[in-house]
Design a protein around this ligand. Structure first.
Ligand SMILES: Cc1cc2nc3c(=O)[nH]c(=O)nc-3n(C[C@H](O)[C@H](O)[C@H](O)COP(=O)(O)OP(=O)(O)OC[C@H]3O[C@@H](n4cnc5c(N)ncnc54)[C@H](O)[C@@H]3O)c2cc1C
Ligand code: FES
Ligand code: FES
Length: 480
């Protein structure tokens, strides 16, 4: 039995836990405000808000009820357990809310098909305790597509809302939001009601018992929507044993079900990677990042998975468990061929572990897509280099996506570069070795020649970040 609150109604349902929240709200609850656009997480027409308890903001110990936008077309019903699911009907009052009014006042809606998705994303921005700026408002709609308006009018609506939030108090925000008509009064009682719904199941030890494991569903439900609906599913998304990010000595340990958003918001991770925001902005969109888990990205084994390439560039290890025993392997050894993994059917990923880079090391992640935002990579790459004061490479790790049937750790290039001096001749030789160990194919994301060239450019970008020397870049290119 799955239990949650849908708008102001407590739900108990035995429907398949792998069916989607979108189908539940539209076809079982007849809440037609949530639209079906792409059913692939791309358009945001089906966006809802999902409220659950989190330890936020950073450093605060008590749990806060946090609302995140998610694409209901990819959200498994089982992941709604214990949460507050809010559709557009759940924010409707007697009058338009300030978000809805701002969309009207700025002509932010024309055919209207996308509008409810935008309204939900912007309401998520308004409700969130940690976001108030215009840039935050714009970021909140990075997963919404509109074919009619050209976006400028919607940006103006976002501006009106961020201006209004200047008056929002730091505490008792829910009361303020209710008083100002952003959300209906029933929101004041949701925290209490959710606490009553809590079950012990979140603490259950995870197991791979032959059921289909689901993280956020953002890969599996896109690829196998009907099959997931028919299958018995194990929901790892909220399992407390698979959550958390911690520094243990010089090892950074990340739970398998940590989402991309949780990773991006973690003070531990932000402290290690000063340019984290720049990298994460390139990964999917806000609603998808709110759902996408680390393990989901690794197990999907897409040759261009961004978090996979990120962790390969750190030479991360993964902890595999069958519920009784564990084994630890390097992520680079996890991939055996196209979608072939070193993983038994009764094993699951429990943790991802990497050594915290030393202060002298430079990490860089690069991604090139056909579109800058909300697109999968043509080629992506990550690199961690530590060189001494004489520019001798003491240690290096280098990964590349989109240039092989699986996410690639460039072992030969790494072995060649270790102990070498960073100079144009060595780097040109390294590029040659790199070209010999990749096998890109021509497809919709570019020809194999283009991808080879891209990887060379990304490698030079890594070197540029490490040395900060444009002159060196010029010399590599002139001689290449
Ligand atoms: C619109 C859209 C945009 C996207 N953009 C990007 C992008 O820019 N970059 C990118 O890299 N990806 C992108 N993705 C892909 C996807 O979001 C990521 O791969 C995500 O990390 C998958 O995680 P999940 O939890 O949703 O996986 P799920 O779909 O839940 O699961 C994926 C696979 O992992 C398995 N699994 C999950 N957890 C475990 C575990 N602990 N142990 C063993 N197996 C497990 C599942 O059984 C399944 O086989 C995008 C997807 C969508 C829909
Ligand atoms: S229908 Fe397009 S994101 Fe869900
Ligand atoms: S108003 Fe028509 S798609 Fe946005």
């Amino acid at each position: 039995m799955i239990q949650f609150i849908l708008n102001n109604q407590t739900i108990k349902t035995s429907l398949p836990s792998g069916s989607t929240v979108l189908d539940f709200v539209r076809y079982h609850k007849r809440l037609m405000g949530t639209k079906i656009g792409c059913r692939e997480g791309d358009c945001g027409a089906c966006n809802i808000l999902v409220g659950s308890f989190e330890n936020l903001p950073a450093g605060r110990q008590e749990e806060t009820l946090v609302y995140r936008s998610m694409t209901s077309c990819l959200m498994p019903l089982g992941n709604a357990q214990g949460k507050h699911i809010v559709t557009v009907e759940g924010i409707n009052g007697k009058e338009l809310s300030p978000v809805q009014q701002a969309m009207v006042d700025t002509n932010g809606t024309q055919c209207g098909f996308c509008t409810l998705g935008f309204v939900m994303s912007l309401t998520g921005f308004v409700i969130n305790e940690t976001t108030t700026s215009y840039n935050d408002a714009i970021r909140s709609i990075d997963g919404n597509i509109c074919r009619c308006t050209g976006y400028k009018s919607i940006e103006r609506a976002a501006k009106i809302l961020s201006d209004k939030l200047a008056e929002k108090p730091g505490t008792s925000t829910t009361q303020w939001l209710v008083k100002n008509n952003f959300i209906p009064g029933y929101f004041l009682k949701i925290k209490e009601r959710l606490l009553q719904l809590r079950t012990e199941s979140e603490k259950d030890k995870p197991r791979a018992n032959g059921k289909l494991i689901l993280g956020g569903g953002t890969d599996l439900i896109v690829q196998q929507h009907s099959q997931v609906k028919r299958s018995a599913t194990d929901h790892f998304f909220d399992n407390e044993n698979l959550k958390g990010i911690a520094l243990e000595g010089n090892k950074c340990v990340i739970g398998a079900s940590v989402t991309v958003t949780e990773f991006a918001e973690s003070p531990v991770i932000q402290n290690i990677f000063p340019y984290l925001e720049k990298y994460i902005k390139l990964v999917s969109s806000t609603p998808i990042r709110n759902m996408a888990t680390m393990a989901g990205n690794l197990v999907n084994a897409s040759p261009i998975g961004d978090m996979t390439i990120f962790f390969l560039g750190l030479n991360a290890e993964i902890v595999l468990s069958n519920g009784e025993n564990r084994r630890i392997i390097f992520l680079k050894d996890f991939y055996k061929g196209y979608k072939q993994l070193d993983k038994e059917s009764n094993e699951f990923i429990e943790k991802i572990v990497f050594t915290k880079p030393s202060a002298a090391a430079v990490f860089n992640f690069e991604k090139v897509c056909k579109r800058t935002w909300l697109d999968i990579a043509s080629v992506n790459s990550a690199c961690l280099i530590e060189a001494d004061k004489n520019s001798i490479i003491k240690s290096i790790h280098l990964s590349a996506g989109g240039v092989a049937p699986y996410p690639k750790y460039l072992s030969n290039t790494v072995a060649f570069l270790k102990g070498k001096k960073i100079d144009p001749g060595t780097l040109r030789e390294a590029i040659q070795i790199m070209n010999d160990e990749i096998a890109p194919i021509s497809d919709a994301r570019g020809t194999k020649e283009y991808k080879t060239l891209l990887l060379r450019q990304l490698f030079i970008a890594h070197i540029n970040e490490t040395t900060n020397s444009r002159e060196l870049t010029k010399q590599i290119l002139l001689g290449a």
